[in-house]
Structures are given as C-alpha cells and as structure tokens.
Design a protein around this ligand. Sequence first.
Ligand SMILES: [Zn+2]
Length: 361
Amino acid sequence: MELGIVETSSTLMTDFLQKCGGYAVVDGGFATELERHGADLNDPLWSAKCLFSSPHLVRKLLFSTAFLSCWSMTEYSCLIRQVHLDYLHAGASIIITASYQVFLIFIIQLYYTSLSEEEAELLLRRSVEIACEAREIYFDKCTEGSSDYIESGNISRRPVLVAASIGSYGAYLADGSDGKYGDAVTLKTLKDFHRRRLQILAKSGADLIAFETIPNKLEAKAYAELLEEEETNIPAWFSFNSKDGINVVSGDSILECASIADSCKRAVAVGINCTPPRFIHGLVLSIQKATSKPIVIYPNSGETYNAGLKQWTKSSGVVVDEDFVSYIGKWREAGASLFGGCCRTTPNTIRAISRVLSKCP
Ligand SMILES: [Zn+2]
C-alpha cells in the first residue's frame, strides 16, 4: 500500500504538467486581492503571507471575537473563494490555499486558550474546502456553454490542483530572523511545530502540500522527514526564499536545500517564491544542478516590505506586469515549468503570464 501512495505521489506533477502541455500557471498574491474585494488588511491574518506579524497584533486579534465566526462561516470565506476564482479565470491551474494565514490561529491557540484545538483545525480544513469550492464553481462555469472550453464537441477543461500552503517557523517567530533560528531550534523543534498542521492538511482534500518560503535547510529537512514519518498520502513541493539570488534567505546554499527536496520521495517540485524577479533566473539554474524534478517559481513584485513603516515600498527591482512576464521565456529556458506570483502580484500578473506561456513554442 505504502508503495502505491509514493508512486502515485511521485507522478502527480509530471502527469499534471503533461496534461497542461509541459508547463502550468500557479496563482498570485492573496492580500492585495482580498483588499480589492473589501477585506480589512489591518487584520494581521490577511497580511501574514509576507509580513511576519508581531505578537501584539496577534493579541489584538484574540479579542476580535467576531473573527472566528466570520472566517468559518460567511464573509471571509466568500472573499477568499472569490480571489481563488479570479485567479482561475486569469489562467491559474494551481491554486494555493489561504492556510498560510490560518496557521497564525495556531499561535493564538497555543498561547491563549480562547480557541479549542478543534476550532483551530476546522479553520485549516476550511481553507482547503474553500479552494475546492472555487474549483467546482469554476468548472461549472466552464461547462455552461463557453465555446472556449468546447473542443470538437467535447468539453475540454484544464486540470486544476489545490495546493495546501504551509508557512515556515520563521513566520511564527515574527522576529525578522530571516531563517537564522539559532541553536535552540532543532530538527525536532521544527518537526513538532509542523506535524499536526501537515497531518490535517494531508487529509483535507488538497492535491498537494505547498511548503512555502522555506528559509533554511534545517526546515527543508524537517519537512522531508515529516512527509516520510507521517507517510503523507499526498505529495508536496518545496519552495525556498532568497534575498540575494545566490543563497536561501538564511544564507544556506540553495544547492544543498534543493538536494534535500530532491532526495525526498514525496517531493514533486522544487523552487522559489516570494523573491524579487531579478533573482529568479540564477536560482533556477542553481536548482537545476541539484534536481531533475519540475521547478516551480512564484516571485513577488520586487517591492520590499518595510516593517518599520508597515508598508510596501518601491525599490529599483520593481517590475510592472509587462516587465514581470518579459522574464518568463528566460525562466522557462532555464528549466522552470510552473509559474505564478507571490506578494503584490495580482490576477493581471497571472493573466499576463498565461498569455505569454500560451505563445511559447
Ligand atoms: Zn510572498
């Protein structure tokens, strides 16, 4: 049985890419889109994907008692589902759940006792359900007669995968340590921290796990070991974070990090996210030296988050959507096959990526 699961896992991404024509589009940033649809981004959960929220904000959130019922019931669910739908309509074939944000609930649950473990786990599962609901709605719309989806009289719809996001321990630390966790944080610390979340998300109905914004090789190793120990029934991708285009954010070698993912049987793609576009090409070339697994890249807009000002600021590396997509051909030539966007990218970015890729030979 075990062998069967691993075999199915290992071919999920290659089979998917084959069905998609050799490359696939991943979705884009979440926070900006939620804001556009009316979410209040002062709530730290929404901005958590890139902004490591501070403990006092978490405490503030604790007293926002309306939060849990909103999230699990109606308003926020609708907003999140709408953002997933926007990305599907923009051409994304992989949508990533909002569970990166939800994991902050676990911090609250751990340090304050106002939420039960069951309630916290419910929120995680709900993040996957919402993405799956969006996929169903999208498929229903596609089959409602749009000629775009009818080929030779048959309904042709591209496959869509739901990836359950797991964020790093660094986001929990919220201390700007850039993945330098120190000697006190061991492999065991990291495995203990991530185990329950992985168990829940692996059985949530998602197609794969997206380990995102991994800052160091210790955390990559923890994920690889957890996947094996838990005999996880769905595969995962390992996506690292870099600030200099040479190493991952902690200073560990991207080659070593990618090698850890490469030797993990349940890893089906390796890549980079939340990193400025100008660094991606070199990183893809490095990753290619360590693995023949598909390479996933979803850079941010190139803007920098200023924690002091609590806002995104433009830097010399900022690219508009047209410029962002001008990199795509180069990234594809270098060996990447899954393309999307992270913080501050929008459905317009994803639409532009889809358009460029559809013209690639
Ligand atoms: Zn990001």
